[in-house]
Design a protein around this ligand. Structure first.
Ligand SMILES: NC(=O)c1ccc[n+]([C@@H]2O[C@H](COP(=O)([O-])OP(=O)(O)OC[C@H]3O[C@@H](n4cnc5c(N)ncnc54)[C@H](OP(=O)(O)O)[C@@H]3O)[C@@H](O)[C@H]2O)c1
Length: 515
């Protein structure tokens, strides 16, 4: 128990930890994320009795919405999106703790009104509340909100007590290195780093958190987790969906910004980092930054040596025809935005020198799957080789992030029979079979962590900059190239041929995920 108090991550592993008295203010309270994820997450924390009796949710937005109407909106969110059904006793109480305040994001007087409203809540309950600001608006107003939180004094509330104000900043965190650095400056003019929670909801997924447990709570992996034994690492974050109605937004972003810079880089740092000296958040984040800093700059040329980008054409998803990216709603005819990106990275440190790390992410791919595959070197071909009877695959450890969460170890085994034949076989661990299916949603964990002051699963300022430092030269290069070098792939496939070539150079090939 003492240990759990020292290390917030361990505390996070213990089941019951309640949040202190908190007022969470959600900017962008009428938005999609709030309805689909944030309100259902808060409701589920209430179901688990993890909220303080003095918990309040204050929705904030430009639209004037009567409080009664906002509570009805919140109820609909829970009804439609909660992982657990609505329990009226829980809801009846939580509903009384939900309020709504309308105001401009750039209107200083509106923040004075907000501060008065929060003061009134504190008076009503007779105690200080921790203020947690959740910025869930489009990024163009992040800066105005942060500045007004500073100007109004809300950012520095209770700074000398454990109930100091905190701020959660949604993605996208900048669109390149310069904008990410500017956003960090704006944040750090108003808040101290310890108050800041930059969110990447991937880190809230159980399976992503399990990467650290898999690696560091088992003795058998660490001795082989290095260049002596690992042949290559493949990280795949694939979606079968297209851009839907979000074409206008997506076209400004693309696969590299939307998925690789954040989610895929997070997976890379967790899988490749050195063991932290403790489970303290800063110790873990220090190691994540170090490994990102060891990634070598990529070769950017017309040969697609280290990076490949592509866009999907029409194809088949689940047997049904789907149109190409350019036919999508809101996509300009002259778009050069990539819906697929693949990278070959080298990590220049003692552990990983010479081991290629391949990453790919795309839309409209054959199936929705996120996984990390650690492919080990083959044994010396002395005994079982040179004969068609020996069907050998490289040993591979596959950590399945979603769906079908779990892990698989690929081994070679003898086929039963009187002659010696071999065949690759799999050892599976399925989360659902072992632990049941009702695991918390990422946002539940992340909102609870920010309330209890554990920022392990959030991204530090230097970490986001380290990632952008690798990605920005690729974006600049693609900008210079225009359409030259933009490959295409059929919707429903595993990406363009050029991305296969990326691996052939090292005599590797992409796995077919899910197998
Ligand atoms: N939706 C998701 O699944 C998802 C997933 C991951 C991350 N995110 C991130 O979370 C944030 C919120 O996403 P969202 O999908 O909820 O956004 P959204 O629905 O487009 O917008 C949220 C709210 O912000 C206000 N707003 C919209 N456009 C605005 C503008 N141009 N200027 C000022 N205010 C504006 C609106 O509220 P009022 O008009 O009432 O002020 C709107 O209800 C974004 O940063 C997004 O990248 C979203």
């Amino acid at each position: 128990m003492e240990e759990a108090n020292r290390h917030p991550f361990l505390k996070g592993l213990s089941k019951h930890r309640g949040a202190p008295p908190t007022a969470i203010v959600i900017f962008g309270a009428s938005g999609d994320l709030t309805s689909r994820k944030l309100i259902p997450a808060i409701y589920n924390l209430a179901v688990d009795h993890l909220l303080s009796a003095d918990f309040f949710l204050m929705g904030y937005g430009r639209k004037p919405i009567p409080e009664k109407e906002y509570r009805e909106h919140a109820l609909t969110s829970v009804d439609s999106h909660s992982r657990r059904p609505l329990a009226s006793d829980i809801w009846d109480r939580l509903e009384q703790q939900i309020f709504y305040q309308s105001g401009g994001y750039d209107d200083p007087e509106a923040y004075t009104a907000l501060a008065d409203r929060l003061d009134a809540l504190e008076k009503k309950v007779g105690r200080d509340l921790q203020l947690l600001f959740y910025i869930s608006t489009p990024p163009q107003v992040f800066g105005a909100i942060l500045e007004n939180l500073g100007r109004s004094g809300l950012a520095r509330r209770n700074l000398d007590s454990p109930l100091f104000s905190k701020v959660i900043v949604e993605k996208p965190f900048g669109k390149d290195l310069a904008t990410a650095q500017r956003l960090n400056q704006v944040i750090l003019q108003q808040f101290e780093e310890r108050q800041v929670y930059r969110i990447d909801h991937y880190l809230g997924k159980e399976t992503v958190q399990d990467l650290l447990v898999h690696r560091f709570a088992n003795a058998i992996f660490e001795p082989i987790w290095n260049r002596q034994y690992v042949d290559c690492v493949q990280i795949t974050v694939a979606e079968s969906l297209g851009v839907g109605t979000r074409g206008g937004y997506y076209d400004q972003s693309g696969a590299l910004r939307d998925m690789i810079q954040n989610h895929t880089m997070q997976l890379l740092s967790l899988i490749a980092m050195e063991p932290p000296v403790s489970l303290d958040p800063e110790a873990i984040r220090d190691e994540k930054v170090k490994v990102l800093q060891a990634v070598q700059p990529l070769t950017l040329d017309s040969e697609n040596a280290d990076v490949v980008r592509a866009r999907y054409d029409a194809g088949l998803i689940g047997g049904s025809p789907v149109s190409g990216y350019l036919e999508g709603e809101g996509i300009p005819d002259d778009s050069t935005t990539e819906t697929y990106a693949a990278l070959r990275l080298s990590i220049n440190n003692w552990r990983w020198k010479g081991v290629p790390f391949y990453m790919r992410s795309g839309k409209r791919m054959a199936r929705r799957v996120s996984e990390i595959a650690i492919q080990f070197k083959r044994p010396p071909g002395i005994l079982f080789s040179g004969d068609a009877r020996f069907d050998l695959a490289p040993n591979t450890m596959v950590l399945r992030i979603q769906p079908d969460e779990g892990s698989t170890l690929l081994l070679n085994a003898k086929v039963p029979g009187l002659e010696t034949r071999t065949q690759p076989v799999k050892m599976h661990f399925h989360y659902e079979t072992t632990f049941g299916s009702n695991t918390p949603e990422a946002y539940e964990r992340l909102i609870l962590d920010s309330m209890v002051g554990d920022n392990t699963l959030f991204i530090r300022g230097d970490e986001t900059e380290a990632s952008w430092r690798l990605i920005t030269p690729i974006l600049d290069h693609w900008q210079d190239c225009g359409p030259t070098g933009l490959e295409s792939y059929a919707a429903g496939s595993w990406g363009p041929l050029a991305s296969e070539r990326l691996l052939w150079k090292n005599a590797h090939q992409w796995r077919r995920p899910g197998f």
